[in-house]
Design a protein around this ligand. Structure first.
Ligand code: 9D3
Length: 250
């Protein structure tokens, strides 16, 4: 899975490509993140990439031409290597909400081009002509598309076979089972005035599995009841789970 990223701040992507799981995935060539500086495709000597909005209002709008020229260069780079470029995705507050499901869908592309906006907006003619889909990372405002693009790529890269160590499988990740994770404990056995729950020290594997499942159900029920409803609809709750959930409602 290879990513091309159009941005005014290519240096930001070191946070993704140089650290941790995603850094190792890049090193091992399980993925690649190629950044393209939109400003390099500006036409004038001042390197302008934005202008005032027709109709007035605060904030600047990203011009279509530098984005278009930059995207064309990405396309040429792929055709030069004899490969067809994949779809073009714009990170946008107006996009479809990102999810684990979207991450697994995106994993099926061989290549994805991401466009990161800055300023107030992007000229709609560029979006209409060149963008295949738009993704948002949630209902809050951040300053540009770079952090959202890195969040999307992080979520996808960790799904690439071999990107995670053998112990922590992507399948075990929270949300894969549709519920929030259970609490975890490590040494020491007593910390301050708090001990590790007895069941985790007993070595009774089946009891540990049941305890973790119950804690998972309990936390999800309290904090994210919407996920309980979804898990039920997806057939992820056993009769035993349902019996336990009944005890919580009282
Ligand atoms: C008042 C209009 N604002 C839209 C909500 C202007 C605006 C603010 C911030 C336009 C773009 C941005 C920059 N944000 C993104 O590019 C962005 C984003 C976000 O702000 N929230 C959630 N997901 C995303 S994906 C890209």
């Amino acid at each position: 899975m290879d990513f091309d990223v159009l941005t005014l701040f290519p240096e930001m992507f070191a946070a993704l490509t140089q650290y941790g799981v995603t850094g190792r995935a890049c090193e091992q060539r399980l993925t690649s993140v190629t950044t393209w500086n939109i400003r390099d495709f500006s036409e004038d000597s001042r390197k302008t990439v934005d202008d005032r909005a027709y109709g007035g209002g605060p904030g600047m709008v990203m011009m279509a031409k530098p984005l278009d020229s930059c995207l064309e260069a990405v396309g040429r780079s792929h055709l030069n290597r004899g490969i067809n470029p994949g779809p073009v995705c714009l990170l946008s507050p107006q996009g479809e909400p990102f999810s684990q499901k979207l991450a697994t869908d995106i994993l099926n592309y061989r290549q994805l081009t991401l466009i990161c906006g800055r300023y107030e907006a992007i000229d709609q003619r560029f979006i209409d002509d060149k963008v295949d889909f738009e993704i948002s990372i949630g209902d809050f405002v951040v300053s540009g598309g770079e952090l959202p693009a890195m969040i999307l790529m992080d979520a996808v890269i960790r799904l690439i076979p071999g990107a995670l160590g053998d112990e922590d499988s992507a399948l075990q990740d929270s949300f894969m089972n549709g519920l929030l994770d259970h609490p975890h404990y490590t040494r020491p056995e007593v910390y301050g005035n708090k001990s590790v729950p007895d069941v985790l020290l007993g070595g009774h594997h089946a009891k540990i599995i049941d305890w973790r499942r119950q804690k998972s159900l309990e936390l999800t029920f309290k904090r994210r009841p919407d996920l309980i409803i979804k898990a039920r609809a997806n057939g992820l709750l056993s009769p035993k789970d349902e019996a336990f959930l009944k005890t919580l409602k009282s």
